[in-house]
Design a protein around this ligand. Structure first.
Ligand SMILES: C[C@@H](C(=O)O)C(=O)SCCNC(=O)CCNC(=O)[C@H](O)C(C)(C)COP(=O)(O)OP(=O)(O)OC[C@H]1O[C@@H](n2cnc3c(N)ncnc32)[C@H](O)[C@@H]1OP(=O)(O)O
Ligand SMILES: [Co+2]
Length: 133
């Protein structure tokens, strides 16, 4: 794992949350992006060498909508950047982690991503990200 690529935060109201994080961090999001496959609106704020990703579910069965329903708003996942996502997926599988997708999928911000089940990582949903070349 190279670094903490981003921390994902589940929010109810995307517009209000973006305004609040602008006040908190003192920077505008450098991009917002709708990710259809995950049914989420996302925005990214640069903070030092890492990023904060705000996520709003766009359908009731989006992972973000379900998370907020069950646990309320808050930190949803930690994303680690990796150089070779296929190799990291194999390594984590052989170490006994439960992967939530068997093949990398297209995430936000030009990345390939894979999620690790929170039940296999001390209650933390982990995302692996690899820059798409
Ligand atoms: C676009 C992008 C990007 O950066 O590129 C993104 O981040 S997309 C981010 C949105 N996409 C995703 O998260 C995709 C991967 N996520 C998933 O596949 C799902 O959300 C799961 C993590 C499997 C959870 O699904 P679901 O809630 O339906 O399953 P479940 O009811 O069986 O929940 C299993 C247990 O995990 C807990 N649980 C659910 N979500 C959790 C989370 N984010 N962190 C920690 N624990 C979590 C539930 O409360 C429950 O605990 P108890 O059993 O104790 O009640
Ligand atoms: Co993410």
């Amino acid at each position: 794992m190279v670094n903490v690529e981003h921390i994902g935060i589940a929010v109810k109201n995307f517009g209000e949350a973006n305004a609040l994080y602008f006040k908190l961090l003192g920077v505008e999001p450098y991009k917002t992006e709708f990710v259809e496959s995950e049914a989420v609106n996302t925005s990214f704020f640069k903070v030092g060498g890492t990023k904060i990703e705000l996520l709003e579910g766009t359908t009731p069965d989006s992972a973000i909508s379900k998370f907020i329903e069950k646990r309320g708003e808050g930190i949803h996942h930690i994303a680690f950047e990796v150089e070779d996502i296929l190799a990291e997926m194999e390594r984590l599988k052989s170490e006994g982690f439960t992967l939530l997708n068997e093949t990398p999928k297209k995430g936000a911000d030009n990345k390939l991503v894979c999620f690790v089940h929170p039940k296999s990582a001390n209650g933390v949903l982990v995302e692996l990200t690899q820059e798409m070349k």
